[in-house]
Design a protein around this ligand. Sequence first.
Ligand code: SF4
Length: 301
Amino acid sequence: MTAFKKSPWVIHYDASSCNGCDIEVLACLMPKFDVERFGIINTGNPKHADIFLVTGSVNVQNAPVVRNIYAQMPEPKVVVAIGICGTSGGIFRECYNVLGGIDTVIPVDVYVPGCAARPEAIIDGVVRALDVLEEKRRFMNSSADSVGGGFMINRANQKDIPEILALQKIAYRSEAELYGDDSVPALGQTMEQITADFDRMIFIKAVVNGKIIGSIRGFRDGDTARISRVAVHPYFQRKGLATRLIKQIEQEVGDVRIYEAFTGHQSLRNLHLYEKMGYRQIRTEPFTPTVNWVYLQKERT
Ligand code: SF4
């Protein structure tokens, strides 16, 4: 194991079974085994996590939870299935409601067998996960450098919602830092709110290697197309993707007279992008003490 580039953050979920492996994971975090001495930090927030530690088998009830946590984790991410239940369903695999190991619902990168898996084996699994994480990080960086115009851009569907929400929260983190204000609406949006947006708006996604790395949404309001939430994964920014997403939503939203978008007053990159595409600033409205919305319009040609 070489030096870490950053502290890896782990999130732990006990899917089901006897809880034996769950207790061994907790033992790793306690003073005796103390994984924090390697810089590994346990977090309860999937949006901050790099490594997903899952114990127990997957059943009908917990499968959506496992999928949901996984979808909210930013790329690159690594999944470690712990214990024989997590790796294959174990002694519970024949139960009426058990689907199997973790890989029946999400892709698993590292398997740590054992019943229960020993803390040393779990720590070894996390160390192997770090290598996989670094490999994925390198791959994403090289994909971002070489992808050029090779994005797949098309309409999103309902099952893309968790991944788009996770992307939005990664992409808008820099906006919150810019304004020194965490109340940026894109960061606070809940699953219920984005699902409600999905019911009334068109969502567009950009996909590379099966991962959503860009999105935008819009809807028709009379003769105006209202466009919002351009989100591009930080690894794929400054590659023309935002421009392509805006062009695509302009096409998809249909036959309108005016396109209208808005962005924060300090988001100079977004303002420049819209103005380069023919939008002109029409008004500014205060939103919070730190953020003013700048509205921009363009007539359809
Ligand atoms: S692998 Fe063994 S100890 Fe771990 S959760 Fe399954 S039955 Fe329990």
